[in-house]
Design a protein around this ligand. Structure first.
Ligand code: HSE
Length: 440
């Protein structure tokens, strides 16, 4: 088979990794794919920017459309990010009959349903392993390795930047802004780091994972999303005291009433393997009915780890070029005409346990009033603890923090209880609420 020619859209952290890996492992990659894979063109934003790669034989241009319109190119690799130029480039590549490999989770989460429809109608492949959890082959594992299973739930640390920040805050006592700046310098963070720390990046990735796990269409707008910006070192310390670590988790769970789809900071028991996944590393725990719990761990970002998934997709696409388009692995794991319309539950309907921290006046009867509210809402308290040292004075009276862990309850009931507690004149400020998952 003649060499397969690749055009890159974007030559940043991941693009340069793709070129390095393809060059370094060229022989083994060709033995696996059955053909040489050669990058012949790359579109960049700034032609004058110095690049630390051997770009011999590669046409460098600042016009992405000249790459997707180049008749010599068989596969377009989209590494621009976002859904502006990237979406136009991918659509045009498909229109021109080219297969696509993309690392762009926003593109797939927001536009994947239409993109896959177009690709199917033209017998083309759109591969996106690197869009979720960088170098971990999680898409392939769920879509192919676990295809015998009914997936019950999955939970993942799927944003390396958030994990890096929480780890450094937990273990190094470092401050949020410093650690974020470092993650940006290391090339882990998104172009707009708000996507990392507000949970949007994780929500994009969870949208994709849930779709291939449950056989549902991509529904980013239904994901409940909270980031890590409100996590204080105080809560990290209390969580540790109770035997938990705070991790930013994406969680998708099938229930009798529909699917829970949520990303938020979560207390996880410290003895769980996933609670010990630190720094920029990612991990995804998948529970299948036949296999039981399975855990996938690896680098969630970075140049060559992400390139590892991009190049694996290239090998897959090259292998499928000669196969019947009707008999390929479906983009979203399930045959497109069998996708189910299972409801995604609103956040008020989810069922989980909670960590609560509140400031109260240290006076008899305060706890009784709080626990009465929980009792009336049918919420059971697992643990209650009062900070040993007070928090100073409020109107001449001693203030103190109370930490509470609840058993599982509906989020709607918990929110009602919090509203009532915040109205008590013995409670000051707002109640801090974090979800707790045992992942068992
Ligand atoms: N900004 C992402 C992260 C990069 O921190 O995980 C990989 O998608």
């Amino acid at each position: 088979m003649k060499a397969v020619k690749i055009g890159l859209l974007g030559l940043g952290t991941v693009g340069t990794g793709v070129i390095s890996v393809l060059k370094r492992n060229a022989d083994e990659i060709a033995r696996r794919a059955g053909s040489e894979i050669t990058v012949v063109a790359a579109a960049v934003r700034d032609l004058s920017k110095p690049r630390d790669i051997d770009s011999s034989g590669i046409r460098i241009t600042d016009d992405p459309m000249s790459v997707v319109n180049d008749p010599e190119i068989d596969i377009v690799v989209e590494l621009i990010g976002g859904d502006g130029v990237a979406l136009d480039g991918v659509n045009k590549a498909l229109e021109n009959g080219k297969h696509v490999v993309t690392a762009n989770k926003a593109l797939i989460a927001l536009h994947g349903n239409e993109i896959f429809k177009t690709a199917r109608s033209k017998g083309l492949v759109v591969a996106f392993e690197s869009a979720v959890a960088g170098g971990i082959p999680i898409i392939k594992s769920i879509r192919e390795g676990l295809s015998a299973n009914r997936i019950e739930w999955l939970a993942g640390i799927i944003n390396g930047t958030s994990n890096y920040i929480l780890t450094q805050m937990t273990e190094g006592g470092r401050n949020f802004d410093d650690v974020l700046a470092e993650a940006q310098a290391l090339g882990y963070a998104e172009a707009d780091p708000a996507f990392d720390i507000e949970g949007t990046d994780a929500a994009h990735k969870l949208t994709i994972l849930a779709s291939i796990a449950f056989g549902i269409s991509l529904q980013f707008d239904k994901v409940y999303q909270e980031g890590i910006t409100n996590i204080s070192s105080e809560d990290i310390t209390y969580a540790q005291k109770f035997g938990y670590r705070i991790k930013h988790l994406g969680l998708a769970r099938r229930t009798d009433r529909g699917i829970e789809l949520r990303v938020h900071p979560t207390l996880i028991p410290e003895q769980k393997l996933i609670a010990n996944v630190n720094d920029v590393m990612n991990a995804v725990l998948v529970q299948g009915d036949a296999v039981g719990p399975t855990l996938y761990y690896g680098a969630g970002a970075g140049s060559e780890p992400t390139a590892s998934s991009v190049v694996a997709d290239l090998v897959d696409v090259v292998r499928t070029i000669t196969t019947d388009p009707e008999n390929r692995v479906p983009h979203l794991a399930f045959q497109p005409d069998t996708l189910s319309d299972l409801a995604i539950l609103p956040i008020e309907e989810i069922d989980t346990a909670y960590y609560l921290r509140m400031g109260v006046i240290n006076r008899p009867g305060v706890l009784a009033a709080i626990t009465e509210i929980f009792g009336n809402k049918g919420i059971s308290i697992e643990t209650i603890s009062q900070k040993e040292n007070g928090d100073g004075k409020e109107d001449g009276e001693d203030k103190v923090s109370i930490i509470l862990l609840t058993h599982n309850t509906k989020e709607g009931h918990l929110c009602d209880a919090i509203k009532q507690i915040e109205q008590l004149d013995t409670v000051y400020g707002s109640v801090t609420r974090l979800r707790v998952e045992t992942l068992s």
